[in-house]
Structures are given as C-alpha cells and as structure tokens.
Design a protein around this ligand. Sequence first.
Ligand code: VTB
Length: 324
Amino acid sequence: MDLVLGHEFVKVTEKTAIATARTMGQGDRKYSDHVAVEAMRAEMDTLQMDGTIVIGEGERDKAPMLFVGEKVGALKDDPLAPKVGIAVDPLEGTNLCATGSANAIAVLAAADMGSLLYAPDIYMDKIVVGPTAKGKIDISAPVEENLKRIARAFDRDIDDITIVVLERDRHKDLIARIRKAGARIKLIGDGDLSAGIAAAIRGTGIHGAIGIGGSPEGVITAAAVRCLGGDMQARFHPTEKWQEDRLTELGFKDFKQIYTAEDLAKGKNIFFCATGVTSGDLLQGVRYFGGGIRTSTIFMSFADKIIQFVDTIHQEERVPITVR
Ligand code: VTB
C-alpha cells in the first residue's frame, strides 16, 4: 500500500458523498444508504488494488453490495497487487442525511489484510479522546474519574470540557452522571464515529466521546484515532444471547476484554478517509453550485504521518466557474 493508492481513497469517499448528499432531507434513510453504497462500490472498483471488505454493510446474505468478504478493486486476485482490507461505512448517519442534520459522512479505513479487527455488528462501549488526554482514560473506571482525568489533561475544570454522547435510553444513567459531574454534554442523534474523530482533534470544542454505539464504527474510529495520535478504549457490549454466540463463533473468548485503538486497528499501514455529506463539527457537507460541486475531506495515513484536509472543487462541465 503506497500513498498513491491512499490518495485514491479520497476520490472514493468524495464521489460517495457527492451522490449521497443529493438525497439529503428526503426523509428516506434506506434510500440514502442505498445511493451511498452503490456509489462507493462503483468507485472502489477503479482502484489499483486487490481489496477485500472486512467491515461493510453486513454478511453476504444480508447485503448485496459491500458485504463482508466481498472483493473490490481493479486488480482482484492479482498476485502482484497490494492486498488491502477495507472497512467501510458509506453513509455514517443515514438518519442525519435523511433529515438534513449535521455530521453525516462517507467514511472508510484501509489497511493491510488482518490489521482491522473483524468486529460483528453488535454494540461496543467506547471512550475516545485526543492526544491531549492520551494515556489518561480507563474505560473500567467510573465515568466521573475519566472526566476528571480528561479535564486535568486539558488543564481545566470539569465544567470546561464537552463530551459527546449518543442520545439513547441506554445512556440515561451515563448522561445523568456526566451532568452531575458538571461537564457539558453534546447529545447527538446518530454518528458516534464522527464524534470520535472530532474528539481526537483539538479545536472542535469536543474533548471526549463516551458511550455505547456500533462495533464496526468503533473499528473505523480506531483507525482515525491512531492516525491522529489520540486514545481510545472499547469493549464489546452484547445485549442478546445470539450476539454472544456470534462473538464465540468468531473466536472472541473474553467478552469483557478491553481493546485499545492499536488492538482495533493494528499495524502501520492505515489509511483513513472521510468526506462530509452534511456539514458538521469537522467537515463541511457537499455544496452544489451549478457547474461545480465542492467537497470537504479528511485523509490520513499512519505510515506516512500525514493528515490532510482536502477541499475539492469538482467541475462538472468545462465552463468557467467562480472559485471563492
Ligand atoms: C450506532 C453508532 C452509529 O448508529 O451504531 C448507532 O455507532 C446505532 O445505534 O454512529 P442504535 O441501535 O442505538 O440506534 C449510528 O449512530 C449511525 O450509524
């Protein structure tokens, strides 16, 4: 995997976001997701790689495209081609897009085969912070303790930090405790992946993302956190018997095991790429302006030690457009 290939992934999330953002506000989350999946699938096949989806839309029998195990890329099964394992979330925040709310993104992480943990689509308890609070978090400690440590790392009081939490019934107790401890909370309707990235970037006004969300999103978050030098701890949170069975089937023995970002996204060859579909804390959404489209993307390569904010104007026709 080299940087030339890495940069090709920018095109993948850009094209996905461009197609998907047209469905913004249509109120049909399934349709938005469908458009995202089709666009990402088509673009992925233009890349010079022998790719395999390791985290995708679900098992083969549940998803027609971008299913786990699906081969993607222009050089499928070519022994000389780079073998890449790809975790995709073509539309993270389907509801956010369907309602025109903030923070919907098209996102993927790519790494050497075997690097990204194969996490089934069950819940995961997570805590994510940026480099400032690296080494200070402990998911097995009470949330109050984590808040105290995060605040101290920022050299602030607890009431000067903001934590993002998914607004869900399962978080009632967590939210009450964070409130009692005095931290500010940003409740989100969806999208703890983009919340995790925002927490790992200074200047977003978000100092931590805490709570239970999807495991696949957790793995993709871990790839971003590694590139950003942040910190993350997570553990599976099965809520039903079949989920425990699925974990066992996949070879997970200790369901209480705590995973760090390095455990979820191993190795050095990691690319991460996200394009804004709707505008959010970090990325602007897709803007169509007649004759052109503008997208906002974050691209990162762990091995190359680069973090790029890519602001692209896509000219639709060879007509003069005004660039601002
Ligand atoms: C989680 C979260 C995602 O959907 O998977 C959530 O990680 C689903 O949680 O970011 P619920 O079952 O509680 O609805 C997202 O918010 C969006 O895909």
